[in-house]
Design a protein around this ligand. Structure first.
Ligand code: ADP
Length: 263
């Protein structure tokens, strides 16, 4: 029988992701473009994923669009909320997880997933940059670091500086004045991570903490945030190896299931 190829495209607020699956199981290729919905990012992610797999668009049987900009994607066979796609993607990687924490570029979500991976409940912060990737991006820029470098400084911290402002703009001023005062950089970064952890933990507690916990989204790649969150919640967190691609992966799985090949 011919292979069934499905594609998931996640049009995020800051990045665009694409995953191509063969028969709902093997990941043939994936791509991340550093530009989100409403830009050339989605088309670039799709073109790169197709190119890496040596495929053309007509060879893809079905495409699911998800994420913040999902309704702007032309040529989707299915359009599905990122909440369902993140739940499906996380369930495929960690079937035992009951609480999935997803921190992206502009929002943070906590999902309660059922034993079969369906979304049972969720809570979301999309109103405030604090507690999202945006907060970390702003702080990294002030510190003249790339966001991917923050975790290695955190790992060397012997203490954490308290960041008392919850607002990103005021917290940024606080960080600038700490730097001017000659604060230890590692302790400052640990404090920035602790501040994200406190915000995220309060979302988790509002939904209800049901272990085991898993984490997805771009910020899951920051081991400093994960560690701070584990400390805040008193629970271990499994980090998805496809953190940033999880929504696109769940979307490609959704297309596969819709085609009825997983019955
Ligand atoms: P969205 O889907 O909303 O576009 P993502 O899930 O792609 O968001 O997450 C983007 C965020 O992930 C960025 O704001 C950044 O803070 C964080 N991030 C991206 N790459 C890395 C990395 N290599 N290490 C740590 N954090 C990262």
């Amino acid at each position: 029988m011919a292979d069934i190829l499905t594609m998931g495209v996640d049009l995020g607020s800051t990045t665009s992701k694409c995953v191509i699956l063969r028969n709902g199981a093997d990941t043939l290729s994936s791509a991340i473009a550093q530009a989100g919905a409403g830009t050339g990012g989605p088309a670039r992610a799709v073109a790169e994923a197709l190119d890496k797999a040596g495929l053309t668009r007509p060879e893809i049987t079905a495409v699911t669009a998800t994420g913040y900009g999902r309704n702007t994607f032309a040529g989707a066979d299915f359009v599905v909320s990122e909440l369902s796609c993140h739940a499906a993607g996380a369930h495929a990687v960690f079937p035992e997880a009951r609480t999935v924490i997803d921190i992206g570029g502009q929002d943070a979500k906590v999902l309660r997933t059922g034993p079969s991976g369906t979304l049972e409940n969720f809570i979301m912060n999309d109103k405030c940059a604090a507690g999202t990737g945006r907060f970390l991006d702003v702080m990294a820029r002030v510190l003249e670091l790339d966001v991917s470098e923050l975790a290695q400084y955190d790992a060397r911290a012997e203490s954490a500086v308290t960041i008392s402002s919850t607002c990103t703009v005021f917290a940024k001023s606080e960080v600038i004045s700490q730097l001017a005062g000659g604060v230890d950089l590692c302790a400052l970064i640990a404090g920035i991570h602790a501040s994200v952890a406190v915000r995220t933990a309060s979302l988790v507690k509002r939904l209800g903490l049901v272990p085991p916990l898993a984490m997805t989204g771009g910020v899951a790649q920051n081991a400093g945030v994960v560690r701070a969150l584990e400390k805040e919640l008193g629970q271990p967190i499994s980090v998805s190896p496809i953190a940033q691609l999880n929504g696109a992966y769940g979307a490609a799985l959704y297309a596969w299931k819709k085609l009825g090949k997983d019955d």
